[in-house]
Design a protein around this ligand. Structure first.
Ligand code: ZN
Ligand code: ZN
Length: 369
């Protein structure tokens, strides 16, 4: 159910007010008169608008959402505190509004504006200085407010149920894709709005591909099966990975699984406000290195999750970004042995005052299916 009661509408209004205030603070530091938001997730974060065509312009005292006529009704229902402009030609409409607001320096989202849009904007606004910026809204998004935490929690809780299905469905002789489809269908029935990404079910040697999405391969006895899934609920993503063994676990299965499990525990132990994101990565990486498998762990230890499946903070080597209460991130070390298979264990953690709280809660002992 996604019907919005008055309580939700009221909380969206409060959220959008607080976010606008924070954005204006960030904008002042950029020495720009206004920010043009073209990233749809950023636009949604600021305004609450869920349509697929949106531009947001925020100045020190004014704020507008621009969209097309398909979304006129939806925008009026979802968006409060922004002037809503229904537009046909985006560049002309943006230029007209920027001129009428007497904006001299317009900040834009460099990661999201194409070269072509940039030059068109420049032509339409010859007297306006266009200032590239990165992460103005993204930096606000890393710390989640209570409404977002609630949605992430619900998304993660639903995702946990998919692992109960995975444990029931994954058997020798089952095709990876068939198992994935059955799990996905059940998740949709239980309330997922969609998938956060293509489901990964990677058995045997395919498990050595960190992003091996479910294929036509048959799952066989004696293989590790990496299951990495995520759902989307009310705009918020979840992300979790478990690795199972099919048939009886060998000494080697147990050894490698144990190292990854230990690395994940070490990294989670490190999660708390005030610590560098890179230190969480190092905790997992050092553990795997000491066990002699360092060269088989190539990717970063985790990432932030929210409106985007991958967002800040990046839990990667050397990242100096400091963790703060309210951030939600994944911790997902792995070992990938080419030609043989892989193990990854991933949870979503909310950074709390005293450390962390797991949002995904599927058990982590090695399970033989
Ligand atoms: Zn994942
Ligand atoms: Zn992930």
């Amino acid at each position: 159910m996604s019907e919005k009661g008055n309580g939700v509408a009221a909380s969206v209004r409060t959220e959008s007010k607080a976010r606008l205030k924070a954005l204006r603070g960030a904008l002042a530091k950029e020495k720009a008169d206004a920010l043009l938001v073209t990233d749809l997730k950023n636009a949604r974060y600021l305004t609450g608008f869920t349509g697929s065509n949106a531009f947001v312009i925020v100045t020190e005292s004014k704020a507008f959402l621009l969209t097309d006529s398909r979304y006129a009704t939806q925008a009026s229902l979802e968006v409060k505190g922004y002037g809503i402009k229904i537009i046909t030609k985006a560049i002309d409409a943006i230029a007209g509004l920027v001129a009428s607001l007497k904006i001299k320096t317009l900040a834009f989202e460099a990661a999201n504006v194409t070269c072509s849009t940039h030059s068109k904007l420049g032509e339409a606004l010859p007297k306006v200085k266009l200032k590239p910026t990165t992460g103005i809204v993204g930096r606000l998004r890393v710390k989640k407010d209570s409404g977002e935490i609630e949605r992430l929690r619900a998304s993660a809780r639903l995702l946990d149920t998919g692992y109960r299905d995975a444990m029931r469905l994954i058997r020798p002789g089952v095709v990876e894709r068939d198992a994935a489809l059955s799990i996905e269908m059940a998740l949709r029935r239980r309330g997922a709005d969609g998938l956060a990404f293509d489901t990964i079910i990677a058995s045997g040697p395919r498990g050595a591909l960190p992003h091996g999405k479910a294929s036509h391969k048959l799952i066989k006895k004696g293989e590790f099966v990496v299951v990495d899934m995520g759902v989307l609920m009310d705009g918020y993503n979840s992300d979790e990975t478990r690795t199972f063994v099919v048939g009886k676990a060998t000494v080697r299965h147990k050894e490698i699984y144990g190292i990854v499990k230990g690395a994940q525990a070490k990294a989670l132990e490190a999660v708390k406000p005030g610590i560098k994101a890179g230190a969480v990565d190092a905790a997992a990486r050092d553990h795997i290195k000491k066990a002699g498998y360092g060269k088989y762990f190539g990717h970063g230890t985790g990432h932030g999750v929210g409106l985007d499946i991958h967002e800040g903070p990046s839990i990667a080597p050397g990242n100096e970004e400091i963790l703060e209460e309210g951030m939600v991130l994944t911790v997902e070390p792995g070992i990938y042995m080419p030609g043989w298979g892989g193990v990854r264990i991933e949870d979503m953690a909310l950074v709390t005052k005293g450390g962390y709280e797991l949002l995904t809660n599927t058990g982590k002992d090695l399970i033989a299916l």
